[in-house]
Design a protein around this ligand. Structure first.
Ligand SMILES: [Zn+2]
Length: 394
């Protein structure tokens, strides 16, 4: 059954008109006074409402804005417990460190599959209600063969974008022998997780994993058929970005502390996206990444939530867009592009993040006349409708 959404005040397509191919980095295209036709789960037509074709069902958008669904390319949703006290202590002056992850690891290991599945489903529903139609989900709070394997298996129940993050932090039982933990991550743990995952990730940071360990994890993952992505340069300068580019990773995530060499490497990488996670800086009071420096260098920039119980417990892409605009000086168009098409690039997806003809019919309607309202009216629930695969789900 085809659906015509018409009387759209502003239709953000992120696509050259009438193009089937994936948009190249940058083009934020919109049509005013627009309509879109959804058919067979795909975008079948976009253009001026006055020349829209007929369809089985008509939805009047009432001059509201319609955008591609958000693509959240970085989230940690398989966990148990919460860390509200740690957040409160941080707001009272204690710094964030990678060690807090260990308290979530203990809670996750102790949780039943049913509890982990219920928490995951709740967060996935929360994301959908806020306009996120594609999301990535990492393991990384199990850190045993059993707990990482069940984490990726549970994640695979809710998304195709599953990331094996055994190399999140060295668990306490390996504190005296981190090299043996890296061997486990590259060996039995990888073998148990690879069948459920598409991606391999490593937290390459002081206090987590250094360059050599990160390279070993990414290489082993690639040998098992997984593609690379890296947590890089979040807490200080380090080798993460260069390791990511060297591994031809799809994305280097965080990118807060960058040298000129890091920026140059990303700009000339030919496909490693810089994924910025501004809600983390909001929630940790760390400095924001320099988005303008990356954009000026021609780096492809994505925005994602990094939803996790420690450094950033928001699942809201509209909040991330607002922070990107207000705090990182991105334009409203750049921020919306980064939260949709940018996320798709970071996941190497050509079917989402834009509304070109042939794209998956994943789109959101705002209770507002333009995309700018996502930053102009921060904190206000503006998602008036969500279609996923052509079906209205919100
Ligand atoms: Zn993360």
């Amino acid at each position: 059954m085809s659906v015509l959404i018409t009387n759209i005040g502003e239709l953000v397509t992120n696509a050259p008109r009438d193009a089937v191919s994936v948009p190249s980095p940058g083009p934020f295209d919109l049509i005013t006074g627009a309509a879109v036709v959804l058919d067979g789960g795909l975008v079948a037509w976009t253009g001026p409402a006055t020349s829209a074709p007929a369809a089985d069902e008509i939805v009047d958008a009432g001059r509201r804005a319609v955008l591609p669904g958000f693509v959240d390319s970085h989230a940690h949703l398989v966990f148990a417990g919460e860390r509200g006290d740690e957040f409160a202590a941080r707001m009272a002056g204690q710094p964030y460190s990678a060690g807090g992850i260990r308290s979530t690891v203990a809670a996750t290991r102790a949780a039943s599959d049913g509890d982990l599945r219920a928490n995951l489903a709740k967060l996935a529903a929360e994301m959908l209600a806020q306009g996120t139609t594609t999301f990535e989900c990492k393991s990384g709070y199990g850190l045993t063969v059993r707990d990482e394997a069940r984490s990726v298996a549970l994640a695979a129940e809710v998304t195709a974008e599953v990331t094996y993050l055994g190399a999140h932090v060295v668990p306490p039982e390996f504190a005296g022998d981190p090299a043996s933990y890296v061997d486990l991550v590259c060996g039995d743990m990888l073998a148990a997780c690879a069948p459920h995952a598409r991606w391999v990730d490593v937290f390459c940071e002081q206090g987590a994993f250094g360059a050599d360990a990160a390279r070993a994890v990414l290489l082993a993952g690639e040998d098992a058929g997984l593609q690379a992505r890296v947590h890089a340069n979040q807490l200080g300068p380090g080798p993460g970005v260069l390791v990511a580019v060297e591994a031809a990773a799809a994305s280097a995530d965080h990118c807060t502390f960058l040298t000129n060499a890091d920026v140059d490497a990303l700009a000339s990488s030919g496909g490693t996206v810089a994924t910025l996670l501004p809600a983390v800086e909001f929630s940790t009071r760390q400095p924001y990444p320099d988005a303008r420096r990356l954009l000026a260098a021609g780096v492809t920039v994505a925005i994602a939530s990094d939803c996790n119980p420690g450094s950033c417990f928001t699942s809201s892409m509209p909040l991330c867009v607002a922070l990107a605009v207000r705090e990182m000086h991105m334009t409203t168009a750049e921020a919306v592009w980064a939260a949709t098409a940018g996320g798709a690039h970071a996941l190497r997806r050509t079917d989402v993040g834009h509304l070109g003809v042939g794209a998956r019919a994943d789109l959101i309607m705002l209770d507002a006349p333009s995309h700018a309202y996502l930053a102009y009216r921060p904190g206000v629930p503006l998602i008036a409708g969500v279609w996923r695969g052509g079906e209205r789900v919100v």
